[in-house]
Write a protein that binds this ligand. Structure first.
Ligand code: SAM
Length: 220
């Protein structure tokens, strides 16, 4: 998601109490940050925050962190939270590539990857958030029993992601190629901005839920 640059976005984020400016300082201490022992779920590439705000509203006993690299996009998510004022949701303006600096081993219980950018060229595939290199990175902070949930309407990206699961050190728990017509997997589904937009055009939504396989993965 690319928005035109919004003047003042960075400054607004810097001043907002819902954006953690130096998240590295909380590595290993996020439960202290939230002042409870509730599970921690993160959304990487949170966009304008529609999904994570609703998730945080519906799950007050879970802590949520939304992560987005572009200030002008994150600004929209932060403005939603400034209205909602939820105590279980904060944001980071951060790059997925650097998240090891922010989360300690086993600190995250669930990772959402919603409608990740497709990066269609083969030369760009290591930028796709569900690629095996990222999956291995996530293992450094996702708990052993943790899950990753990935949704997209982009069939090419989904097929790519499914092929990356085993090399990335994970296994499939649940999979569907038509989420909205799969009563079991769609139960309690919260739609993202992109999901509303693309399902509104008639596109089927693919979703998989994966867990760490525990297999020894050789880092390249
Ligand atoms: N998750 C939202 C949704 O489903 O409506 C937004 C989807 S949008 C296509 C993908 C978002 O991921 C963009 O806002 C983009 O800036 C963000 N993103 C892509 N790569 C990222 C990275 N490496 N680190 C953090 N955010 C990233």
């Amino acid at each position: 998601m690319r928005l035109r640059n919004i003047p003042g976005a960075r400054e607004h984020l810097k001043e907002s109490s819902y954006v953690i400016d130096t998240p590295e300082e909380w590595k290993g201490h996020w439960r202290e940050y939230f002042k409870n022992d509730n599970p921690l779920r993160i959304e990487i590439g949170t966009g304008k925050g529609c999904f994570i705000v609703q998730m945080a509203q519906e799950n007050p006993d879970v802590n949520f962190i939304g992560i987005e690299k572009y200030s002008s996009v994150l600004l929209r998510a932060v403005q939603k939270q400034e209205e909602a004022q939820l105590t279980n949701l904060v944001y980071l303006r951060y790059e997925a590539e650097l998240l090891e600096d922010v989360f300690a081993k086993d600190e995250v219980d669930l990772i959402y990857l919603n409608f990740s950018d497709p990066w269609p060229k083969k030369s760009q595939q290591t930028r796709r958030l569900p690629c095996k290199e990222f999956l291995r990175l996530y293992s450094n902070f996702l708990g052993a029993d943790g899950h990753i949930e990935f949704k997209t309407d982009n069939r090419e990206l989904f097929d790519f992601a499914v092929d990356e699961i085993v090399p990335g050190g994970y296994q499939i728990l649940q999979i569907t190629y038509d989420l909205h017509n799969d009563p079991a997997m769609n139960a309690g589904n919260v739609m993202t901005e992109y999901e509303k937009r693309f399902s509104g055009k008639g596109n089927a939504i693919c979703k998989c839920v994966i867990e760490r396989s525990g297999a020894q993965v050789t880092l390249i």
